[in-house]
Write a protein that binds this ligand. Structure first.
Ligand SMILES: [Zn+2]
Length: 132
């Protein structure tokens, strides 16, 4: 990820920052920042959870959470909201272009590697034309 992107996330959301974000694709910067903002809203200024982000080799991103403080301190309503948020955010993790964050058009498979990329139509076309 470009330094300007990850540095902004780190500055805005220090509680949820992890060094893994630094090596994630640029296209995930907005969705990660959005997730952290939503969690902060639900948490009402407290650090209730730790967020683990996973970027898959096959493309896509997902998040899981662990309670950070005593579980009793998280209300049932907050638990439910956080659960729904993590689930829906992760479900959309394979529908985002890794390059720009717009809706993806498909998966680009690399013949010589295990890795795949999830890209929008524009970046798919760009990659294909440069893949000689
Ligand atoms: Zn794109």
């Amino acid at each position: 990820m470009k330094e300007e992107f990850w540095a902004q996330i780190k500055a805005d959301h220090p509680d949820y920052w992890s060094d893994k974000i630094r090596v994630m694709p640029d296209g995930y910067s907005n969705t990660i920042a959005h997730l952290f903002r939503e969690v902060e809203q639900i948490s009402a200024g407290r650090q209730l959870i730790t967020i683990d982000l996973h970027h898959y080799v096959g493309g896509g991103i997902a998040a899981s959470m662990r309670p950070r403080t005593d579980v009793d301190e998280i209300t049932d309503e907050q638990k439910a909201m956080l659960f729904v948020l993590m689930k829906s955010w992760s479900a959309n993790g394979d529908r985002i272009c890794q390059m720009c964050g717009r809706p993806s058009a498909g998966i680009l498979k690399h013949m010589d590697e295990l890795a795949q990329e999830i890209l929008c139509s524009e970046h798919m076309a760009e990659r294909r034309s440069s893949d000689v």
